[in-house]
Design a protein around this ligand. Structure first.
Ligand code: IMP
Length: 199
């Protein structure tokens, strides 16, 4: 059984692949297909954007398609960057981190609560077969730290580890992360509903 993971983000793909290892599923990604027009992601929630992407790429490729939309919500910034995480304030993460720290320092809200959110949707044709949402609660780190992971991991302090998610291994990250929780729920669904998704 083939499952298209509708992403070009190698980090996301590697995290998803590591959790689905051992299932009888051949994971492919958008890099395995001729270029497909990228959808606009007009939704104002993670789940709306994940649905939009999954339906779009399933229609474009004819594949059983998994799409996820994820991002960082910072309480001291009223939930920003949220669904705009990939396009927030500047082109580089160092610029984004600087902007976040400036705004939080002004508000004296360092170490404020934050969470990563991942909405994950699986579609065949125009049917949504599965949807889930995973979150991980943490804090904005006092300063960026660590080189593992991707995106906002260096500024996401996870108190039970006493480290940022960029200071831990991929396995340690996925054991507790938003994406890890969502993909484990999918794994459970695929393992227990084979008849559903093989027809
Ligand atoms: P998407 O590809 O439109 O879903 O954008 C997701 C964006 O949210 C990424 O480009 C990152 O900026 C951020 N993000 C999502 N998940 C993670 C994560 O696990 N670690 C760090 N940043 C993340």
């Amino acid at each position: 059984m083939q499952l298209l993971v509708a992403t070009t983000n190698a980090h996301k793909l590697s995290e998803i692949r590591s959790i689905l290892t051992g299932l009888d599923v051949n994971l492919v990604s958008l890099s395995d297909f001729p270029p497909v027009i990228v959808p606009d992601e007009t939704g104002d929630t993670f789940v709306a954007n994940a649905r939009e992407k999954a339906l779009h790429y399933a229609a474009a490729t004819g594949q059983l398609t998994l799409a996820e939309d994820s991002g960082l919500e910072i309480d001291g910034l009223n939930g920003e960057p949220g669904v705009h995480s990939a396009r927030f304030n500047g082109d580089s993460y160092s610029e984004r981190f600087k902007a976040i720290y400036t705004r939080l320092a002004n508000a004296e809200r360092l170490r404020c609560r934050a969470r990563f959110v991942c909405a994950l949707v699986v579609v065949r044709g125009s049917n949504i077969l599965f949807e889930t949402r995973g979150t991980v609660e943490g804090q904005v780190a006092n300063e960026p730290s660590g080189a593992a992971g991707f995106g906002y991991d260096p500024i996401f302090h996870y108190p039970p580890y006493g480290k940022t998610l960029a200071e831990v291994s991929r396995e340690e990250k996925t054991a507790v992360s938003h994406r890890g929780k969502a993909v484990r729920a999918l794994r459970n669904y695929l393992a227990t509903n084979t008849a559903l998704w093989e027809t």
